[in-house]
Design a protein around this ligand. Structure first.
Ligand code: ADP
Ligand code: ASP
Ligand code: MG
Length: 411
């Protein structure tokens, strides 16, 4: 069976007219004799609307009920789209997460996929040409609906493609592929023809929301070829794939930003063994992802500790810090939400020096102060004031001449 997985995001299924574009693309594949699994997100804005309902009803919505609520967005889009398909005479049906079933763990609102029953899907594909699968949702071990975290339909699609052995997983969205930076922030952003899983992982984890991080992890683990492209044009997009020798030459492949950040500083913490464990272990137990961490040199047996967490986890983090305050001897706890993480990413950095210096110099020329720095083999991340985000993205993009195919050397 020649199977293709096509995922369409919220803006691609926003209304009847958008769904007509989706329809044309799906029918084209079907007419080439392929079986198609269409994975849909909720119609644009619907998931946000459901979340705001929940907070109107409850100060602290129950996570399992939240998933039951949020998953309805995808139930609506898949049912409506299947109606359109059937009106065109396409043998099709909608499939919800529990009907596959897509088994996950029980971490509501950020569940992880554990298994997918391919036999059920294969049997359905013998009967239908097109299956319209609800993205973002799964089934917990105690048979309750789970969701996979914001943007989770990307992960549903890649996981389905891996499980069923699809030739390709096409991710259709509102831009023409993966760009050197968010094309909605900088018009000079250039579409990347091919990007490695590792670079895409870094781009996604540094804030490029065009693909959910987990979807790239899945693609890498199961070697799924992912093609990110536009619902609204027929141009080829970006292929996300394994590294090859030619690609290793790209010094810097992109600039990502993430405004979903909060910075916390614990001032005058006692500098003794076990303090970091006392701070970060309870955060880990709560599933809070701590990102950048800086500890200042010790002075008179005391040090300052600064770290960042997603903005949505700030209140929970502050609450936990108050609980451990006495144990770590912190005199004061400050926080700041007007910050943004800007990252320069590229596999070529492994073999070149001078990339960080060039990035810092470019930010300095625009008078942008760097609050924190973190580096890995293939990325440099700076925390800056949020108001400078767009300027910093454009400045770094220009500094590395990312609008051109051939970038200048750093050293
Ligand atoms: P969908 O609803 O189709 O899942 P998303 O809004 O989740 O779409 O992701 C697409 C958006 O990702 C684009 O509209 C763009 O603003 C943003 N984006 C951020 N960084 C990048 C990048 N490097 N390349 C392409 N798009 C990016
Ligand atoms: N509808 C979900 C969200 O808005 C999942 C997705 O679109 O991928 O996050
Ligand atoms: Mg998305």
């Amino acid at each position: 069976m020649n199977i293709v997985v096509m995922k369409f995001g919220g803006t691609s299924v926003a209304d009847y007219d958008c769904m007509q574009q989706v329809l044309a693309k799906v029918i084209r594949h079907r007419n080439l004799g392929r079986k198609v699994i269409v994975v849909l997100s909720a119609m644009a804005g619907e998931t946000n609307k459901l979340i705001s309902f929940a907070y109107q009803w409850s100060d602290c919505p129950d996570p399992a009920e939240m998933d039951s609520l949020m998953s309805t967005g995808e139930q609506v889009s898949t049912a409506l789209f299947t109606m359109i398909l059937k009106d065109q005479g396409v043998a099709s049906r909608s499939v919800l997460g529990w009907q596959m079933p897509m088994r996950t763990n029980d971490k509501y609102c950020r569940a992880r996929i554990q298994s997918i029953d391919c036999q059920t899907l294969r049997t359905m594909l013998e009967q239908y040409d097109v299956l319209v699968a609800a993205g973002f949702q799964g089934l917990s071990p105690d048979e309750r609906i789970t969701t996979l975290g914001r943007g989770g339909s990307d992960t549903s699609a890649v996981a389905l493609a891996a499980a069923i052995g699809a030739d390709v997983c096409e991710i259709y969205t509102d831009v023409e592929g993966v760009y050197t930076t968010d094309p909605n922030v900088y018009a000079k952003a250039r579409k990347i023809e091919t990007i490695t899983y590792d670079e895409m992982l870094e781009m996604a984890s540094m804030g490029a929301k065009v693909l959910q991080i987990r979807s790239v992890e899945f693609a890498k683990k199961y070697n799924v070829k992912v093609h990110v492209r536009s619902t609204f044009s027929d141009k080829p997009g970006t292929i996300v794939t394994q590294e090859d020798n030619e690609m290793e030459d790209a010094l810097v492949s992109g600039i990502a930003y993430d405004k979903d950040q909060a910075r916390i500083t614990l001032a005058h913490v006692t500098d003794k063994p076990g303090v970091s464990a006392a701070i970060f272990s309870p955060l880990a137990e709560e599933g809070i992802l701590v990102d950048m961490i800086v500890q200042n040199p010790s002075k008179n047996g005391q040090t300052d500790m600064t770290f960042t967490v997603p903005r949505g986890d700030l209140q929970k983090t502050l609450h936990i810090m108050e609980e451990v305050r006495e144990e770590i001897g912190a005199e004061e706890i400050y926080h700041d939400t007007q910050v943004c993480k800007v990252s320069v990413i590229g596999v070529g950095m492994r073999n070149h020096s001078g990339v960080a210096a060039k990035a810092f110099q470019a930010l300095r020329e625009e008078n942008i102060n760097i609050l924190m720095i973190a580096t890995s083999e293939i990325k440099i991340t700076c925390l800056i004031e949020e108001k400078y985000t767009e300027l910093a993205v454009r400045t770094l993009h220009d500094a590395f001449e990312l609008d051109k195919n051939n970038q200048p050397a750093c050293t």
